[in-house]
Design a protein around this ligand. Sequence first.
Ligand code: ATP
Ligand code: MG
Length: 269
Amino acid sequence: MEAAESILRINNIEVRYHEVILVLKGVSIVVPRGGIVALLGANGAGKSTTLKAISGLLKTEDGEVTDGAIEYEGSYIHHDHAANIARKGIVQVIEGRRVFEHLTVEENLKVGAHLRKTGSVKEGLELVYHYFPRLREKRNETAGLVSGGEQQMTVVGRALMTEPKLVLLDEPSMGLAPKLIHEIFRIINQLNQEQRISILLVEQNAKLALNVAPYAYVMETGRIVMDDTSDTLRENEDIKDFYLGLTDKGGRKSFRDVKHYKRRKRWLA
Ligand SMILES: Nc1ncnc2c1ncn2[C@@H]1O[C@H](COP(=O)(O)OP(=O)(O)OP(=O)(O)O)[C@@H](O)[C@H]1O
Ligand SMILES: [Mg+2]
């Protein structure tokens, strides 16, 4: 991990909302250039907050990085405005596939085009349609009326239109059928491999995330409690119990049952 050149280094950040609510309590994450890194964690752990701290969207929610630093391509961005950060090549695909419902699919894609530096809008659309042939078919349909999977493709496509270097993906699998999830993850993998886009992927679906990302971090209540290669994490008993649902009994254990995990958490905290 340390050996590879990094595109993003989050160094021990603290994040507060409304000056008083401490949500991130010392989070450090490294994304290698051209790599995919997963960030796993339960509801409310602080995953989306971490992504918003990077993209600058935090400021629109009266949140702030109050300690630590975020370094992107060698310069600090944690006090930058979201628009500046976007211009530098970071795009966040926010949770819940927010399309502009009344616009067509193609109009939604064009919204991402104003940040383009090199290629034309037409080239951008062609690239998106190359990766998401379904969107070409649906391009003139109202985005609010296409399927959930197609909306997710639309928001990822819109991000792609900005010619990003680093994509922050917040739970792309949420609420989608397994077949579509598989398709979207295959495309994410292709974008990484073929377009050399670096990706920080937030997921609650750990199995998927560990398959697509070679390295992952696990977050609990505002702290990173584990980070390792996905191969190692997949074999970790706590991860199996808690995130992969691969217990001996075959059932997914509740948080309370996973005792050694809780102990380790305390130890790491
Ligand atoms: N704008 C806000 N103002 C105050 N507190 C917030 C705000 N946004 C998030 N929080 C709090 O910060 C904590 C982390 O939230 P966050 O959305 O980052 O978690 P998450 O890991 O993305 O969860 P989920 O899996 O449910 O999306 C939660 O306790 C949440 O209530
Ligand atoms: Mg979230």
